[in-house]
Ligand binder design. Structure first.
Ligand code: GLP
Length: 255
């Protein structure tokens, strides 16, 4: 895709198509990568009658220890960036409770809730510059379930931009869906843009399957769509082939 806006449109197309299923369960992600898709979905809701009525949604992850009304808790971020702009029932948008007294039990409960409601029809994903998915930092088991993770110094530095640039304010711990939990979704759709994501995208798509790049778990999943702009695609060895594939799809192939 030439630009970030194009990547958002493609992700929105995939989500829109998935909503024709009556039992649609959306997997939502925070971070900046899905924002253009959320804006496009909100536009389709306002102007084209796209409705999220009856859709259930599960968020990937949440910080541990932030009060639920903290503006940077992922519960608030997803409400502000997406849920408030469409007709998704907020009671059907599930987020792990990072302020629970027993966060270990909360992580288990959340994993079970996804399994009971699922499978997730489409899981929207971003990728960390270190290849993390959700908050599954490098070294995460490819078989992991929803659990507590400790953030790397790099991720806390990256995310300080959401906390007024104050790294000390970024929590050390999170509840994140595990890589195996994420992998149970029927279709994984990853959006990335910008040159700072190029190395992570190349490692995820073309590198060895390894917990050193958690997103490389994609290679074991039957249906993954990676939607990147030119900068994020810059390190892909087979980019010419992927472009050729994209422009020569059979109509019935879809994304
Ligand atoms: C965050 C989130 C991920 C997100 C990633 C990249 O820490 N937990 O879900 O994909 O980092 O963020 P961004 O899209 O802002 O680059």
């Amino acid at each position: 895709m030439p630009t970030e806006v194009d990547t958002g449109r493609v992700v929105a197309d995939i989500v829109t198509a998935s909503m024709s299923s009556p039992s649609c369960v959306l997997g939502l992600a925070t971070g900046s990568s899905p924002l253009t898709a959320y804006r496009e979905l909100a536009r389709r809701h306002r102007h084209e009658g796209l409705s999220f009525a009856g859709v259930r949604a599960f968020l990937l992850d949440e910080y541990v220890g932030l009060p639920p009304d903290h503006p940077e808790s992922y519960a608030q971020v997803i409400r502000r960036e997406f849920v408030d702009h469409v007709d998704l029932d907020p009671a059907q948008v599930h987020v792990p409770d990072g302020a629970a007294d027993d966060v270990l039990a909360e992580a288990r409960r959340y994993d079970e809730a996804i399994a009971a409601a699922g499978p997730v029809t489409v899981q929207i994903l971003g990728i960390g510059v270190n290849g993390h998915l959700g908050f599954n930092e490098p070294g995460s088991s490819l078989a992991s379930r929803t659990r507590i993770k400790t953030l790397t110094a790099e991720t806390r530095r990256d995310n300080a931009r959401f906390f007024g640039g104050v790294e000390d304010d970024v929590p050390h711990h999170v509840i994140t869906q595990g890589l195996a939990t994420i992998g149970q979704a029927q279709h994984l759709v990853l959006a990335a843009s910008g040159g700072h994501k190029a190395a992570a995208i190349a490692a995820a798509v073309e590198g060895p399957v390894s917990s050193s790049c958690p997103a490389s778990v994609f290679q074991l999943h039957p249906h993954v769509t990676v939607v990147v702009d030119e900068e994020a695609a810059a390190d892909l060895q087979r980019a010419d082939y992927y472009r050729y594939v994209a422009t020569h799809k059979l109509p019935q192939q879809g994304y």
